[in-house]
Write a protein that binds this ligand. Structure first.
Ligand code: KIV
Ligand code: ZN
Length: 514
């Protein structure tokens, strides 16, 4: 079976999803999970785009071993130098340079002739090779480019030292048959193409990203660029989990395999959803909540008789089956710590103590604690360790015939107590207004979602909010059995991120004084 390289671009193209902004620590957390998933390449960012991006790439390059770590650069000297610098400590560094090749982009965006673009691409690849042994060249908007010219530019960059040729369907325009024909054409007409990795990068504007990527594999592509949950610019990119499972379930047709650790797919999907604040639609293939749920009576009957009747893959294979923990309210701290270790968490003493306390509270109220519950608790505690404001208590008074009122008490870093009271259209609105009033801030709440982590009325509720403050968007997440408390925790998490950012810029002053 042929090996297909999985190039994950969740941290670069995925992070370009509208409203998504990850800080370097969050990027590192995702990169660690991508390494567990065993992707071949992690595209960690676009270092020239912002200092935060450069810092994220650097951190990942320093700490992640195993997958190649890639940084994106335009075909500009400065971009390549900054990318090379960010990758300095990577075990397997890879610079990815890109330049548009379609006439639409050349004429209207870059104002370059085809010849000038070809020279620029060659110069860039040669320069990038001074920093890394592996260099990828992407012909942006390849699928709307002239095929003959595309072949010329690919041949030229191979000669200049490119080791990976990427064929991006930048605007999600192509269809599977055309993608297949294009790759066959390029393989036939481009000297040296059979000696390098042939990659595709498909966007999902017509909902064809996965189909186009699979067609490319059938035609000879050796690398697929994709993202977890299919996030990315506009309608997103090809979803890693769909490619992985299509190759696995239909190996009879593709005769191709990946090196992915399939068991880690679901965990990675949940992590990316939580940190980006992008919920996965319930009917999303492989990782959606309903992807393995059978509703129709005939289907349920069939599955009970034999799973094979309506299931083409096993939920356990991608790590979806949430095991009920052996832990319960009588479990000790040691057993709890050991379980976290098994799940791949490394917590500080303080974080462990906090998480253990919350586990005990939950175990008192909920009969069965799942791994999902545990992950929610732990991620709350880890993300709170640098908080400037902590929730002491929230009291609400609400009902169908009463003006909803909330009293909130926060403890600021250093121990100062802050209290606020407000009314609102509901208890969550009242609590949010109380917090904004006491901190003298007025962020704009642009998104609020509530979902239950497991089933049942006693389940943990998970709230994700997005706020805009100081011209930037911040995501916050909180979980609790009480949805008002979960809502307050999520709001506070977003405010803390805003405050941390401000503190970083001006560390002497506290947030409110700025
Ligand atoms: O969609 C695209 O063309 C890209 C390139 C930078 C590969 O993201
Ligand atoms: Zn893209």
């Amino acid at each position: 079976m042929r090996k297909i390289r999985i190039f994950d671009t969740t941290l670069r193209d995925g992070e370009q999803s509208p409203g998504v902004s990850l800080n370097p620590q969050e990027k590192l957390e995702i990169a660690k999970q991508l390494a567990q998933l065993n992707v071949d390449v992690i595209e960690a960012g676009f270092p020239i785009a912002s200092p935060g991006d450069a810092e994220g790439v650097k951190l990942i390059a320093q700490q992640i071993k195993g997958p190649a770590i890639c940084a994106l650069a335009r075909c500009k000297e400065k971009d390549i130098e900054v990318a090379g610098e960010a990758l300095k400590h990577a075990e397997r560094p890879l610079i990815h340079v890109f330049l548009a090749t379609s006439d639409i982009h050349l004429q209207h965006k870059l104002h370059l002739t085809r010849e000038e673009a070809l020279e620029e691409a060659v110069r860039a690849v040669k320069k990038a090779r001074n920093y890394t042994d592996e260099v990828e060249f992407s012909a942006e908007d390849a699928t709307r480019s002239d095929w003959e010219y595309l072949s010329q530019i690919y041949a030229a960059v191979i000669k200049a030292g490119a080791t990976v040729l990427n064929i991006p369907d930048t605007v999600g325009y192509t269809i599977p048959e055309e993608m297949k024909e294009l790759i066959i054409y390029l393989l036939e007409h481009t000297p040296g193409m059979d000696k390098v990795e042939i990659s595709v990068h498909c966007h999902n504007d017509l909902g064809l990203a996965t189909a186009n990527s699979l067609a490319a594999i059938s035609a000879g592509a050796t690398q697929i660029e994709c993202t977890i949950n299919g996030i990315g610019e506009r309608a997103g990119n090809a979803a890693l989990e769909e490619i992985a499972m299509a190759l696995h379930v239909r190996k009879d047709r593709f005769q191709a395999r990946t090196s992915l650790n399939l068991q880690e797919i679901y965990r990675t999907s949940r992590l990316v959803s939580r940190l980006t604040g992008m919920l996965v639609q319930p009917n999303k293939a492989i990782v959606g909540q309903n992807a393995f749920a059978h509703e129709a009576g005939i289907h349920q009957d069939g599955v009970l008789k034999d799973k094979l009747t309506y299931e083409i893959m096993d939920a356990q294979l991608i790590g979806r089956e949430e095991r009920v923990l052996v832990l319960g309210k009588h479990s000790g701290r040691h057993a709890f710590a050991k379980k976290l270790e098994e799940l791949g968490y490394q917590l500080s003493e303080e974080e462990l103590n906090q998480a253990f306390q919350r586990f005990k509270q939950l175990a008192d109220q909920k009969k069965e604690i799942t791994e999902a519950d545990l992950k929610a608790i732990v991620s709350d505690e880890v993300s709170r360790s640098e908080d400037i404001y902590r929730l002491d208590f929230v009291h609400v008074c609400s009902g169908n015939n009463i003006l909803p009122t909330a009293t909130v008490r926060l403890i600021r870093e250093g121990g100062e107590i802050l209290e606020g009271v407000s009314t609102g259209v509901g208890p969550v609105d009242a609590a949010y207004k109380a917090i904004s009033k006491m901190l003298d801030i007025s962020p704009n709440l642009v998104n609020y979602t509530l979902q239950s982590i497991t089933g049942g009325t006693e389940a943990l509720g998970e709230v994700i909010v997005r706020i805009i403050g100081e011209d930037q968007e911040y995501v916050g997440r909180g979980s609790n059995q009480d949805v008002v408390v979960a809502s307050v925790l999520a709001y506070l998490a977003a405010i803390n991120r805003m405050a941390q950012k401000k503190k970083k810029i001006n560390p002497q002053k506290d947030y409110k004084e700025n």
